[in-house]
Design a protein around this ligand. Structure first.
Ligand code: PLP
Length: 459
């Protein structure tokens, strides 16, 4: 046990100073009831005191009731030495809903624990001691090499390890890009408010980029939105609407970028989960010098890892690395090595294949249970349309009464505005496998109830 005691200040000699310091530590709660104190020999050596001085101070505090001596097993802080715990804070974290159909997370109960452990063991057995030292801001070469190969093979990304930068999730990647590029970012409207705030705090402005049934209005980039430095897109599966960026819109984005308009940032957050027969490759493959590809392990493994990656045009590698170095030097090495091992050994592919099947079954069940479900070709969430007379708030209130949480489109617009269509954003990937059917049944019952009540009111 290490113990920090400040013997400076106050009068009365070294023993009195030690007693005072121990008393303060106990009173303030820094030393909790039951905590073991160092032996008199160790503390005397640490503080440069005679052992007898420390013994005498301990005896005094035992007499005062702060400490208790336990015969041969040392001295501990007495159990009634501290004031009662303060009343619990008024702000408590909101209780987790029993059934969670909000978008954002995969089913984290399926994290491949055994495969991850094996990968970590193999990675650390092979790692040189330098792996535990400060490292390259790009990230470990093992992971960059594995990702360059994997992304080329599965997503059609043109990548080389030198152009990959490992980040602490997409959130950090986006913040770094805002810092490096500055100016104004066109961001899909709707999109995640967190991402808008990250861009803002990175130092760039925001311009809303409308989304329709063909995806983001990239045709506006060369017109009404001319002058923006970057366009942040979710081409494979728009978040939260769920549409796929149409071929003409993909072309409009790359044409704009090629003509010197700016950079496209491709957020491929759920590109691994495609259910229809038309695999949609990454936009980056069409214009690797104009598109920054951004990926993340948050949907494929779990957001807790905080692992993401950028594949950058060559000219941006240096500036992004400079920003990364001044942000956090580099992303933690051990998890990078484990992920490299998992990807290179194809355990990642196996895990994703199993996840894809599971999520496809869930998606099919969603479509079979509810009406007006769209955005279902990919990903872990879908959009459920609401009748005009039914508000998102009413559905959410009713759902909360059933212990059910669900996302709403209204959470994602850049600005609240009359005329925005309403809808639920249902994260069918989020619940644990066993509770998904019940969660869905409840949502069905809630929607039915709300619609019935609306109809009877109108009648
Ligand atoms: C639209 C979108 N982009 C990116 C991500 C990944 O973000 P991060 O890697 O920071 O967890 C998410 C969440 O999974 C998301 O919903």
């Amino acid at each position: 046990v290490d113990l920090h005691l400040d013997l400076g200040g106050g009068g009365g000699g070294r023993r009195a100073a030690l007693e005072r310091a121990l008393r303060d530590a106990v009173r303030s709660g820094r030393l909790a009831a039951g905590a073991r104190l160092p032996s008199t020999r160790v503390l005397a050596a640490e503080l440069g005191l005679a052992r007898g001085t420390v013994s005498a101070a301990y005896d005094q505090l035992v007499a005062e009731g702060y400490l208790s001596a336990r015969g041969g097993s040392g001295t501990v802080v007495a159990s009634r030495s501290q004031p009662a715990a303060p009343a619990p804070a008024l702000v408590r974290p909101a209780a987790a809903p029993r059934y969670d159909l909000r978008p954002g997370s995969p089913d984290v109960t399926t994290f491949p624990v055994a495969a991850w452990l094996r990968a970590t063991r193999r990675a650390l057995a092979a790692a040189p001691a330098s792996a535990y030292d400060y490292g390259d801001p790009r990230g470990r070469v093992e992971l960059r090499t594995a990702l360059a190969d994997y992304l080329g093979r599965t997503r059609g990304v043109l990548a080389s390890p030198e152009r990959v930068v490992v980040t602490s999730g997409y959130v950090q990647a986006l913040g770094l890009l805002a810092t490096v590029l500055g100016g104004t970012f066109a961001m899909e409207d709707p999109c995640l408010g967190l991402h808008r705030e990250v861009v803002r705090r990175g130092g760039a402005g925001i311009a809303p980029l409308p989304v329709d049934r063909a995806g983001a209005r990239t045709d506006l980039l060369a017109g009404a939105l001319a002058g923006v430095t970057a366009a942040v897109l979710t081409p494979a599966h728009q978040f939260p609407i769920g549409v796929t960026l149409a071929p003409a819109r993909r072309r409009a984005a790359t044409d704009w970028a090629r003509a010197g308009g700016g950079l496209v940032v491709e957020d491929d957050y759920d590109g691994e989960f495609r259910y229809d027969r038309q695999p949609v490759g990454a936009l980056q493959g069409m214009a690797p010098d104009q598109v920054v590809y951004a990926g993340s392990a948050s949907k494929t493994l779990g957001p807790g890892l905080r692992l993401g990656w950028l594949v950058l045009p060559e000219r941006l590698v240096g500036p992004v690395l400079d920003a990364k170095r001044h942000s956090d030097l580099h992303t933690g090495t051990i998890d990078q090595l484990a992920l490299a091992e998992l990807v290179a050994g194809h355990g990642y592919d196996r895990h994703l294949r199993a996840c894809r099947q599971r999520y496809r079954r869930r998606r099919d069940r969603l479509v079979g249970t509810l009406a007006a479900v769209t955005g279902i070709a990919a990903g872990l969430h879908a959009l459920v349309g609401l009748p005009d007379a039914v508000s998102e708030a009413r559905v959410r209130d009713a759902a909360a009464g059933h212990g059910l949480a669900v996302g709403a489109l209204g959470d994602y617009w850049h600005a609240a505005q009359a005329g925005h269509p309403g809808g639920l954003v249902v994260g069918f990937g989020t619940p644990a496998e066993g509770s998904y059917p019940a969660a869905l049944d409840r949502l069905g019952a809630v929607l039915h109830g709300v619609a019935e009540r609306g109809a009877s009111r109108r009648g």
